[in-house]
Every structure is written in structure tokens, then in C-alpha cells.
Design a protein around this ligand. Structure first.
Ligand code: SAM
Length: 376
């Protein structure tokens, strides 16, 4: 049975548990699911502004957890693993001085990662005003009174609004071009495509995306319409009872995804090859697509990333901390993939900026947060 790490490694870290899934890079059946984050009570119409409002309220209402509360999460090691994957991605694809657009930046959970990559400018956008306010205090270094951290070394700007509803080209006219866009939220395919057009037209170099993938064959071999374990479940709609999917209508295959202590939302599957060719049509080439198991397999061989994993603690700390991912969390990790899109024809060396000291601020006041709406 395949394991997700190098068993001969001398890292001292505990490995992920054995998985019943076997990662096969040749497999053609991977499907990208388009995620609409939200809550069970407001699942129905993802396209409406009401839905967007409810998403915003949901995230705003999620208070900052204490360290103890966070550590008690049933998916704490999965969260740590996700952080490791995001950090490695950022280290791999961001360079000193880059201008970064963090779409759906939330409470700024990635600020430290961008700081380590020595970026030159940061613009964060999120729909939830509570989250963007938390992001502001975190950026200012005021978030944790016990552990006041040093100031971030890049200027920043924060905006509050629905990144799929506003004219980003207008709102960000003075900030563009960006080198990297990070996006960990998906809307519907049309919105994602308009975003890609915007990114292409506005000189983006790379987009890093952490996206949920599920493997159709897992569903096809499962009994009935649902499968999962103690921390997640996926349930397909009744209409897919016969487990047949028409290639002529690749969109609209809906299922519900539940992950303990994280999400409970509808998602729609999109065949990966369709996504890839649409991205190509809009001027992007896919330079990396890696399932989380394969990602761990590959990058946990590199000393600096082993050290990072040790610090983040997803697989213990190599010394006293013997806690690690549960089998069930490791199976959830298998549902996720990281991918990177790169603007076609963009040479590696050409960076758009080396710091934007004239833009953004080093300390953000409440009134510095720009509230954007689709009237902009
Ligand atoms: C999973 S969180 C990502 C947080 C962040 N990347 C981090 O690691 O801390 C998803 C975020 O997407 C935001 N979001 C959802 N739909 C959005 C939209 N249409 N426009 C802007 N933000 C959105 C939510 O408010 C939430 O903060």
C-alpha cells in the first residue's frame, strides 16, 4: 500500500497513515469541483447576492479561535498539512518583491507565509467584513496580545466585497499589475472564467490555487450515493443514482461536501480536462497539478520543507510530539489538489515590481479598508 512520505527519510517525523486510496498520476477521472463555501441552511441558489451575503455573514460570525480550541479540532492535523502545502506552494512560486493579490484572503491566515516569501506588496479582498477586520488587526500585529509579532515587511491594502461581483479591473486599476494571485475559493464556472479574463488582461504572471478534487471512481465504487468517514462525507444528488454522467453536459453535477469543523456546502463537479482547456483558452497554462498525497510524497524529501513540516506539526515534531494525521484526515487530504496556472508566454524573469512602497500602507486603520460593491 502506498504511503505519502518517504519511509527511508531520516526526518524523524511520523508519516501519514496508510491509505486505502492509491494515487495514480495517470488517472483521467479526476474532477475539479467548484466550491461555494457556505452553510447547510443557505445552500440553494449560489448565484444570488443573498447567497453571497450569507457566505459573508457565515465567515464573519466565525470568531477567532483560541489556540486550545484550534488544537481540539478533529481536523487539526489536516489544517496543519494544508498550511504546509500552501507554504510550500508560496515558497516555490513567489519571488522577492512580488505584488500579490490574495482573493478571499479571509482573516489573513497566509500573511506570515507571504512575509517569509519577502513579497513587495499585498492586496487582500474578502467578502466577510468581520474577517477582513481580523485580517487588518493581524496585519498590524495586534491580533494576538500574548504573542505580538513583528511588523510585516510589505505594504498592504485591504478591500471588502464580493470578488466575483465587482469590476476588479476598475477597483484595482492603480494596483495592477500583480505577479501572483492566490485564490482558495471558487464560485461558479462563469465567474471563475471572468476572473481568469481579468487576470489575463491585467498582467498576472501566476495564479496559485488550492482546489478540491474528487475522484469519480471513488463515487462509482461506493455503495449508494454517499461515501466518507468520521470527518467528511460526500453525497451526490438522487439524479445521479445510476452513476452515469453525460460527457455532453459536463457541468452541473452537484454533490454536497461536509468536512467537520470546516465546510458544509454544495459543490459542482467539472471534468478536469474541460477546466484545463478553458484555462488554456483564456491564456493560462497549467504548470502544476498535484494531489495532496503526491505533493507530500514529492516535497517532503526536501530538507527545508521537512523542517517546515516539523514546525507546523502535521506529522508530529520529530521529537516529543507524537500526534499525527489520522487515517480519516489523510483520506480527506486525498480529495485536495494544488494547482498553479501561469500566464502563457510570460518569461520567468520578468517581474512586474520590486516593492510598491508608494501603494498600500504599513499600518492599516479601520477606514483604510475599502468597501467595494458592484456599483464601482
Ligand atoms: C477557506 S477561507 C480562505 C481563507 C484564507 N485563504 C486563509 O487561509 O486564511 C474562504 C474565504 O472566502 C471568502 N469568500 C467566499 N466567497 C467570496 C467571494 N465571492 N468574494 C470574496 N471572498 C469570498 C470567505 O469570506 C472566506 O473568508
Amino acid at each position: 500500500m502506498k504511503r505519502g512520505y518517504d519511509e527511508s527519510s531520516s526526518s524523524g517525523l511520523l508519516g501519514p497513515p496508510q491509505s486505502k486510496f492509491k494515487y495514480n498520476p495517470e488517472i483521467e477521472a479526476y474532477l475539479v469541483s467548484i466550491c461555494c463555501p457556505g452553510d447547510a441552511e443557505f445552500l440553494e441558489d449560489a448565484s444570488t447576492k443573498i447567497f453571497a451575503r450569507k457566505v459573508a455573514d457565515h465567515y464573519s460570525a466565525r470568531t477567532n479561535q483560541t489556540l486550545e480550541e484550534r488544537e481540539a479540532s478533529p481536523i487539526i492535523h489536516l489544517k496543519k498539512l494544508n498550511n504546509w502545502i500552501k507554504s510550500v506552494l508560496i515558497q516555490l512560486y513567489t519571488r522577492k518583491g512580488d505584488a500579490v493579490l490574495d482573493l478571499a484572503c479571509g482573516k489573513g491566515g497566509d500573511l506570515i507565509k507571504w512575509d517569509k516569501a519577502k513579497i513587495g506588496y499585498y492586496v487582500g479582498i474578502d467578502i466577510a467584513d468581520g474577517s477582513i477586520e481580523d485580517c487588518r488587526t493581524r496585519y498590524n500585529g495586534d491580533a494576538d496580545h500574548h504573542q505580538r509579532r513583528k511588523k510585516f515587511s510589505f505594504p498592504a491594502r485591504l478591500l471588502c466585497g464580493d470578488c466575483y461581483e465587482v469590476r476588479l479591473d476598475k477597483v484595482l486599476a492603480d494596483d495592477a499589475p500583480f505577479d501572483v494571485c492566490s485564490c482558495q475559493v471558487r464560485n461558479n464556472m462563469n465567474n471563475d472564467l471572468s476572473l481568469m479574463i481579468y487576470l489575463n488582461d491585467n498582467g498576472f504572471n501566476k495564479i496559485l490555487v488550492a482546489i478540491l478534487l474528487t475522484e469519480l471512481s471513488t463515487f462509482c465504487v461506493a455503495d449508494g450515493l454517499a461515501f466518507g468517514n468520521s470527518v467528511y462525507w460526500i453525497r451526490f444528488d438522487e439524479e445521479f443514482e445510476n452513476k452515469k454522467f453525460r460527457s455532453s453536459s459536463p457541468f452541473g453535477i452537484k454533490y454536497k461536501f461536509h468536512l467537520e469543523d470546516a465546510v458544509d456546502c454544495p459543490e459542482w463537479i467539472v471534468p478536469f480536462d474541460v477546466f484545463k482547456s478553458l484555462a488554456e483558452e483564456y491564456g493560462f497554462e497549467l504548470v502544476l497539478v498535484k494531489n495532496a498525497h503526491a505533493f507530500v510524497d514529492e516535497y517532503l524529501k526536501i530538507p527545508e520543507y521537512i523542517e517546515l513540516m516539523r514546525r507546523l506539526g502535521a506529522l508530529g515534531d520529530g521529537k516529543d510530539d507524537q500526534s499525527t494525521l489520522s487515517q480519516d484526515e489523510w483520506e480527506v487530504a486525498y480529495l485536495y489538489s494544488a494547482f498553479v496556472l501561469k500566464k502563457r508566454g510570460q518569461p520567468e524573469q520578468s517581474r512586474t515590481t520590486s516593492g510598491r512602497w508608494d501603494k498600500g500602507k504599513m499600518h492599516l486603520l479601520k477606514q483604510d479598508i475599502m468597501h467595494i460593491s458592484d456599483e464601482v
